[in-house]
Design a protein around this ligand. Structure first.
Ligand code: ASP
Length: 608
């Protein structure tokens, strides 16, 4: 037997017991004739004491960091206790030891505060995984996994595996493809999600399905994306949107209870996509704090805000506002005393390429009732007050205003709001707010191809009273400039996203389940009948054999774990992640393959 106990197990009530432990040498401290060793395993650290009698044996077999060591000895109470570790009251007086395996000097220290940089730790991920900090993350991941499975099992969901080698039907992200040796010239694709399979399972009558499953998307990797990631993927039959929202609010609340012991998430707020976009500037608002966006354009338009000012504010010669497509503001509470240095720094912040604005206008709403701004030249104090009022500012607030093209300004103001929220401590790691964002547009305009693409995916149903609009209008966009006037731009979907602290953690929809409507949908997306049949004939066919109404959702498992673990990076919660270029630097993948493999596949490279 290699061990009688783990390194995290022994306490004072086991004093005098003879035990055998096995683990890795964390540290060796020699004090004259005695040596202390910290022995580590998955469960903790136990201090070992090698007394004088073992001195010669130790000298003959010196221990190094990360050696695999087995010892036998007696548990004794420590004279100087260590309250930081669970075994800190005891140590083992070693009577015999065996080095089970030596270790090369590790390239970084296996400690919470390691000296290893990211790249090195990824290259030696198997060592990084020994570190407590990483282990805690994997433990958290496992407890989220267990909690989800328990909840879904208790609610009659069945875990059913779906294939990884499927048909390539790119819509949205790019597929990873796999050549088929047995079918030369043909390729499988790795699933971007099990979407069509889970829908087919509904047709098959498995009315509650789930899977904690890998998905693959060959996207350009923005920060913190992985080419392979995990979803908690779910589907239900005979449900309406409300049923899904309730069931999966339940899932997330259960995870919070099981993993964080948090049960204050009583009510999950709901917000329409329109409101999210207008009030927060994005479709996944962080609602831990207010600071909503105010649309000031009306203030500067003819007729805008006349009551407040008694006169028009526009046309004062400040072109940035007069000519802007959009003017948006946030009122930052209690910051009217920002110094010039601070407002300059904020201006630089919005000018950074990631934000991309030309400048920032501020109005300080001083507590003595006066107003001071970076555009004093153009606006009287009355007008500044009118603008600040429209932004919802109170005395003591700092109004920050951005102007420019609609989309960019909205995005930038949203980013600025988040940044100010962070700086002012309003985005606390240990506070969680859940939100459903609903009523998404069904379509999105794809400028490059001048056509509509599905905002969620092509299987999402339109709101029942928007179906007619979809069926009765030609999808062709005559005038690209005016795509917003096309009736399709107003069609809303039966789709919903769950948002946690400003992150989309899940999304899904009620699906189309009639062949005719699904065909219309493919046509709306610019697919010819042949193309639709070629790509999705199996689904259209299945819809003819008694497809029940159904809908579902998928949660981003890695992201959910990282938020619960208070980390920005999903990589920290994946045992063997890839880097920003999609490489696994440990196993060195992707890599070239043998000429023989190409031969077998009958594939010739044509590198450009
Ligand atoms: N399959 C979808 C996705 O990956 C989620 C869903 O609609 O259930 O986004």
């Amino acid at each position: 037997m290699y061990r009688t106990h783990t390194c995290g197990e022994l306490r004072v009530n086991q004093v005098n017991e003879t035990v055998t432990l096995a683990g890795w040498v964390q540290t060796v401290r020699k004090f004259g004739a005695i040596t202390f060793v910290d022995l580590r395993d998955r469960y903790g650290i136990t201090q070992l004491l090698f007394g004088e009698t073992l001195n010669a044996a130790l000298d003959a077999n010196p221990l190094g960091r990360e050696f695999v060591l087995q010892i036998t000895g007696k548990v004794q109470e420590r004279s100087s206790k260590n309250a930081n570790i669970s075994t800190g009251d005891i140590e083992i007086n070693v009577t015999a030891f065996t080095v089970l395996n030596k270790s090369a000097v590790p390239p970084f220290t296996i400690q919470d505060d390691t000296d290893g940089g990211d790249d090195l730790r990824m290259k030696y991920r198997f060592l990084d995984l020994r570190r407590n900090a990483v282990k805690k993350n994997l433990e958290l991941r496992y407890s989220v996994n267990r909690s989800a499975r328990n909840y879904l099992h208790e609610n009659n969901f069945m875990d059913i595996e779906t294939p990884f080698l499927i048909k390539s039907t790119p819509e949205g992200a790019r597929d990873f493809v796999v050549p088929s040796r047995m079918n030369p010239g043909q390729f499988y694709a790795l699933p971007q999600s099990p979407q069509t399979f889970k829908q087919l399972l509904m047709v098959s009558g498995y009315d509650r399905y789930y899977q904690i499953v890998k998905c693959f998307r060959d996207e350009d990797l923005r920060a913190d994306r992985q080419p392979e990631f995990t979803q908690i993927d779910c589907e239900m039959a005979f449900v309406e949107q409300e049923d899904i929202l309730n069931m999966f609010e339940g899932l997330v609340k259960r995870i919070f209870k099981d993993v964080k012991n948090i049960d204050y998430l009583e009510k999950v707020e709901r917000m329409s996509w329109e409101d999210a976009m207008w009030n927060f500037g994005n479709d996944k608002p962080d609602i831990r704090f207010g600071m909503k966006l105010a649309n000031l354009k009306s203030v500067f338009l003819k007729g805008g805000n006349i009551e407040a000012t008694g006169e028009l504010i526009n046309g004062v010669g400040f072109g940035v506002f007069d000519n802007a497509e959009t003017v948006l503001a946030i009122a930052v509470a209690g910051c009217s005393e920002y110094t010039r240095k601070q407002t300059d720094e904020l201006t630089d912040w919005v000018k950074r390429p990631q934000i991309g604005m030309q400048g920032l206008v501020y109005i300080k709403c001083n507590t003595d009732g006066t107003y001071k701004s970076s555009v004093d030249k153009f606006y009287t104090e009355d007008k500044l007050k009118a603008i600040a009022d429209s932004a919802g500012a109170k005395a003591g607030d700092l109004v920050l205003i951005l102007a420019g093209r609609e989309e960019r300004t909205r995005k930038a103001t949203s980013e600025l709001r988040l940044e100010m929220g962070k700086r002012l401590g309003m985005r606390k790691d240990d506070e969680f707010k859940l939100l459903w964002v609903m009523d998404f547009p069904l379509f999105e305009y794809a400028e490059d191809d001048n056509r509509w693409v599905a905002r969620h995916h092509p299987f999402t149903s339109p709101k029942p009273d928007h179906i007619e609009v979809m069926i009765n209008n030609n999808p062709v966009i005559e005038n690209a400039e005016k795509y917003l006037e096309h009736p399709y731009s107003n069609i809303k979907a039966n789709a919903y996203d769950m948002v946690l602290n400003g992150n989309e953690i899940g999304g899904g929809s009620i699906r189309i389940f009639q062949r005719a409507l699904q065909e219309k949908m493919f046509a709306a997306l610019g697919m010819s009948e042949e193309e639709a049949l070629h790509k999705f004939g199996f689904l259209l066919g299945a819809f003819e054999y008694g497809a029940p109404p159904h809908g579902g959702i998928a949660f981003g498992f890695d992201r959910l774990c990282s938020i619960l673990g208070g980390s920005e990076s999903i990589r920290d919660f994946i045992a063997f992640p890839k880097n920003n270029s999609g490489r696994d630097v440990m196993i060195d993948a992707p890599s070239e393959i043998d000429a023989k493999q190409f031969d077998e596949l009958q594939i010739k490279l044509n590198l450009k």
